[in-house]
Every structure is written in C-alpha cells, then in structure tokens.
Write a protein that binds this ligand. Structure first.
Ligand code: S3P
Ligand code: PEP
Length: 427
C-alpha cells in the first residue's frame, strides 16, 4: 500500500530510466547461445529479466553480475545448452516464456515450463501452434501453462507468416529455427518490435531482411559480443506523459531507446498536440535519444491500425493522457490488451473511472471523453498486480487534487524497480 504524491509545483528536471526490458532479455538469451563471454552494459535489473537469467542458468549458462551496470554471460554454444533438472519458473514474464520455449524446442531440450497466476492465464497456443507446425512437441493445459516441451525435431527448412501481431511469437519461431540450425523465413506484416533480428547480427548471425520477410540461413553459430542496452521507452513513457499533463512542467528523459518499432507513443502524443523534442545521440546499434517534454494542451484523436504494435505497452498511459485532452480519443485494434499481465482494457477503465475519468471500454480499445479533472479524496486504486497499471495510476495521482492510495505497489519490480524512487525525486 502506498500513498501517492501529487505534483503541485510541476515536474522539472531530468532523469535516466533503466535499461530496455525487451533488449535485456534478448542480450542474455543470445549470450547464453554464444560460445564465450558476452558483456551486457546497462542491463535492466528487474523481476522479469531475473526470470530469464534463472532459466538460462538452469540451461547451463554462467551469468555473472559484475556490477550495477555490467553483466557477463558465459555461453557454451547452442549445443552446450542442457536439459534442466528442475521445472522452469518464468514468473510473470510473457517474453521469457515465449522466447525461451522456442529456443528450447529448437535446441531439442526437454523441459517443464511454469509461471505465476497472471502468466498462467495468458495464451500460449500462439507459440505452440506455429512451433508444432515446424516439428516441436509441446503439451499444454488447453493452450496455457504449464507446458511440457518434449523431444522435438524441427524442420531443416521452413517458411511461415506471423498470424498474431506479436514480437514474442515472431522471436519464438526465429529462435526455434536458429537453435535447430534450420533455414528460416518468417514474414511479419505487423512490423512488431524488431530487437531480435536487429541484435542477432551483432552476435555474428546472418540475417537478411527483404520487405516484411526475415531470413536466417541454416547452421548459424553465435559469437560473443558486447551489448549496450538503451533506456526503456516503455518506462520513459510514464515521465513523458507526466510532463505533458502536469501544469508547469519540463522534463528531460535521457538515453532512451527510440527504435522506430517502439516509438508509436511519440507519434501519437505529437498528433495530440504534445510539445516533445527528440535529441538523437550516438547510436550503439539501437538508436538513442534524449527526450524533452513540456506541459501541453492535448486534443483527442483516433489511434488504431498498424501503429498499435509500436505502442502496445504504452496504451494504459496513453489513455491517461487522453483523459486530459480536449475532445474524444478513440483507441481501436488493440484487442491484444486483453491478454497482457491483466486484461488492460478492463483494468485501465475500472481504475481511471474511480478517479473521475470518462473511459468506455470497447472490444478492442477505449473511447475516452477528455477534459475531466481527476478527483480524489482518499480514493484507493488497485494495480491488479500489473506493473504498467500501477505506474499509470501513480502518474494519474500527480494531477489529482487530493490523496490517492495505491493498494499494490510491489508490481513495479517487474519492469521498473526504481520507479517510486524516481517519482519521489521529481515531486
Ligand atoms: O518481444 C518483446 O520483448 C515484447 C513484446 C510485446 O508483446 P507481444 O509481442 O506479445 O505483443 C510486449 O507487450 C512485451 O512487453 C515485450
Ligand atoms: C506485456 C508485458 O510483458 P510480458 O509480455 O513480457 O509479460 C509488459 O511488459 O507490459
């Protein structure tokens, strides 16, 4: 339980958000598949990433946390990965589960895969079906965890088209093929986040991209390398919106990863009238920028279609921004929100309504009538155990006129353990 601060004086200053979660997971996994020592700089230290590290250790990788900013992964090559002698616990992390299941099926590693209550409700048939099509042998509980990965024989050459707009599914299939030494072609017409195919060449893997199709030739090995992880735009998103909707604010968020498959939130907020400036920095593989925002009068817009995958995790905080915009914002094509850590269409609507926002859920998004001041008089809000909901509500509380109590604040450890420290530092 946490009493949330308001920001009566505005938010001013600069901050650095922790490393990107998606990139941290992948750097660890690819390091474990390589032969030798990979150095990861600025890895996110959060519960989801710890789930990935623990599983990789059970598969035989040595992971040494040298300091707050340096992690070394000693891999023994794909063939050096071994059958774990304990059931694998993926905690709350969809990314760990889906990517590592593909990797293990491809490497022909038998394993049992578990997760927490939230993860056990999330759909796994989206990976089981395409992986089974290429030769994996995976049992589930009606498409849910726990999974049993049995001995698998992945086709030596296959071509697939992504059926769900999910980078986790895309990466699961690519990793299955890569680990099996197959020749892989995978078409992603959704343009989901591209960190897997962007990072593999740094490990010496040949990746050809032609239009929407990713091709990895057969029999690739991974060479150890150094990966520098940029700040997570999904974490920066909370401060971007906080700076825009809190009167008298100017905030600079430094060293944020601005890969174009992740920056839908910037496009949408600018279209809503946000004053955001992007100062590009040196590029270490993934583009990095300092992002400066000043208080802005936003207006409602329609958000939907192909931009959705590039802002999927930011939709809860975009809804909050829309409650402070003039006019109506309509968000559609976002049915994926039903199958995140919570049903984020339900939880966002339920909790923001408690604060006086006018948010109507639809089957694939929201209709938000903006311009509603957020009220509070000892109102209790609940993150439903979902980190992004807890952080969104904490930003909402900044602009309330009273006191808001967050009943569950612990979930921020999933992606942003230092969130409340950063918050206290700004108010
Ligand atoms: O690949 C990734 O690292 C992620 C992809 C997204 O999930 P989907 O690909 O399932 O939409 C996102 O919601 C998640 O936080 C991280
Ligand atoms: C959906 C998320 O993560 P995951 O799917 O990895 O649990 C998230 O971080 O918002």
């Amino acid at each position: 339980m946490k009493s949330l601060p308001t920001a009566k004086q505005g938010l001013n200053g600069s901050l650095i958000v922790p490393g990107d979660k998606s990139i941290s997971h992948r750097a660890l996994m690819f390091g474990a598949m390589a032969n030798g020592t990979t150095t990861i700089l600025n890895r996110l230290d959060s519960a989801d990433v710890t789930s990935t590290m623990n599983v990789l250790r059970s598969l035989g990788a040595d992971i040494d946390i040298k300091s707050d900013t340096v992690t070394e992964v000693v891999g023994h090559g794909i063939r050096g990965l071994k059958k774990p002698n304990i059931p694998l616990d993926m905690g709350n992390s969809g990314t760990s589960t889906r990517l590592l299941t593909g990797l293990m099926a491809g490497a022909d590693i038998e394993a049992e895969v578990h997760g927490d209550n939230s993860l056990s409700k999330r759909p796994m048939d989206r990976i089981i079906d395409p992986l089974t099509e290429i030769g994996a042998n995976i049992d589930s509980q009606n498409g849910h965890l726990p999974l049993q990965i049995h001995q698998s024989k992945i086709a030596s050459k296959f071509a697939q088209t992504l059926k769900v707009g999910s980078a986790q599914v895309k990466s699961s299939i690519l990793l299955a093929g890569l680990a099996a030494g197959s020749d892989v072609s995978l078409t992603d017409s959704f343009h989901t986040r591209n960190h897997t195919e962007a990072m593999l060449p740094k490990f010496g893997v040949k990746v050809d991209i032609e239009g929407d199709t990713i091709h990895i030739p057969a029999d690739q090995t991974l060479q150890p390398t150094e990966i520098e992880v940029p700040g997570d735009i999904s974490s920066a998103a909370f401060w971007i919106v906080a700076g825009l909707i809190t009167p008298n604010s100017k905030l600079k968020i430094k060293n944020v990863g601005v890969n174009e498959t992740r920056t839908g939130i910037i496009t949408v907020l600018k279209e809503m009238g946000a004053n955001i400036s992007i100062d590009m920095k040196d590029d270490f593989g993934e583009p990095i920028a300092d992002i400066t925002v000043t208080t802005s009068q936003l207006h409602g817009i329609e958000v939907g279609g192909s931009i959705i995958p590039s802002l999927i995790d930011e939709l809860p905080i975009i809804v909050l921004a829309a409650t402070q915009a003039t006019g109506t914002t309509v968000i559609k094509d976002a049915a994926e929100l039903h199958v995140k850590e919570t049903d984020r269409i339900e939880t966002v609507q339920e909790e923001l309504t408690k604060l006086g926002a006018d948010v109507t859920p639809t089957s694939d998004g929201f209709i938000i009538n903006g311009g509603t001041p957020l009220q509070s008089d000892n109102i209790h809000v609940f993150g439903h155990g979902d980190h992004r909901i807890a952080m969104m509500l904490s930003i909402a509380a900044l602009i309330t006129d009273g006191s808001v109590i967050l009943d569950d604040d612990d979930s921020v450890k999933i992606s942003y353990p230092t969130f409340f420290e950063n918050l206290e530092g700004l108010v």
